[in-house]
Structures are given as structure tokens and as C-alpha cells.
Design a protein around this ligand. Sequence first.
Ligand code: MG
Length: 260
Amino acid sequence: MRIVRYCFDSEVSYGVLHGDGDAAEVEPVVDGPYGDLRTAGARRALDTVRLLAPAVPSKVVAIGRNYAEHAAELGNAVPEVPIVFLKPSTSVIGPGDAIEYPAQSREVHFEAELAVVIGQRCRAVPVERALQVVLGYTCGNDVSARDLQKSDKQWGRAKGFDTFCPLGPWIETELDAADLAVRCRVGGDLKQDGRTSQMIHSTSQLIAHVSAAMTLLPGDVLLTGTPAGVGPLEVGDEVEVEVEGIGVLHNTVRAASPGH
Ligand code: MG
């Protein structure tokens, strides 16, 4: 099943996506997609609604250097214990939204990642039961100001700018995520082409590791790390993250607007 979040006529709803291409329709979900999922109300053609980020996380928990070739390309060792950092909920944007290139950085990178959406409140989840707390999977882009990541030491600012966490286009709930292609294209050119089977720590191991420290809530998102091939984004670029079996997350890049 594919779960979307969308806006129609100024109203925001979760929904179930039916069909593909021009025939695709969304059917609204009552009370959100967590727990018993109930649909009700009129189906609408997908092209008449605006898709939003499919989850509204209280936190985005991200993992650094979880692919050996990516760690090596930035001159880093593979960590024995997963590197855990947080991206603020305010960094999340949806499919089609613009990544804003901040004035503080000269080196903004894309990072295509498998994103895990948590389906229930959980803590200290054993590794063998970890997949039971997963609602499903979507595509994520762990956009990173690489120059600030190096100079700040802590990564909170470099990876926490508004718009630095595109998610979408939907949550796929029926998927074995153990060996999926994870790709990034910029302007149509293939930049990253890895597989989730190359992850050093598996999705289950990461859920166990993170939930041993912090309670995870429905809608929280776990970004599982990026394969090799990261590189720069420029204002005007079109960037796509594709995860096999899910779909394609498309975003543009524009200069950050002055603050409000
Ligand atoms: Mg990353």
C-alpha cells in the first residue's frame, strides 16, 4: 500500500494511493495512517492534489557513514558504532518543493537515502522485532552544507537548515528494504547508484540502536545513510532521489529567501 499526505482545496489529508500514472487516485484516510487505517470519502485524481511530505516527524534521526564507499570518499573511517544525529522537523519539505541554498554555505551536497517511517511509539526495540515498528519506507535527501559540516564539528546546523530534508513522494508499506537500489540524479545525470544491502548497519540494527536511546514516535523518520557519489547542488538544479520499489522524489534548488 502507498500512503500519501496531500493538500486539496486548502485541506490537508492522509490518503491511500490507488493505481499508477494518469489513472492514479487518492482516497482519504480517517485519523491518519497510524494504527488501524480506515478510508472514507471521495477519491480524487492524483493530478488534482498537491503531494506533501508523507510524514510529519517529531524528529528525523539520521545515520552518518553507513556505507563504506561513502565514508571513504570523504576521507573518513567506517564507524564501529553508528553515528546518530538529528535533523529538525522544520527541515522537512515534500515532493516538488524547493531546497533553499543558504547564503552561509558555498558547498551544499545531495545525499540520497532510504527513509524509514516509524509506525508506533516504541522504545528499546529488540533487533529481531525492529521491523514491526515500521509503517513503511520513502525516499529521503539528507541535504548537507559540507563546508559547515567540516567547520562546525557538530552537524546540527550543516544538516538542519530549513528545506534540507526532502521526503516523499509516498510511504510504501509493503516492501523488503534489505536490497534496494538507491539512486540520485541531478539534471538527469546519475550521481549515486548504491544498494541498501551495502549498509554497514541494517535497518533493524539501526532501529534497535536508536530506540535504545530515545523513544520513537509515529511519523518519526530514520535516514539510513547515503551511498557513494555525493556531490554539489547549485541554484537551478533539479535533483531526484529514487529508491527501488518506492518511487522518485523530485526537488529543485533555489537561493534562500531572506528571513521572516
Ligand atoms: Mg546522510
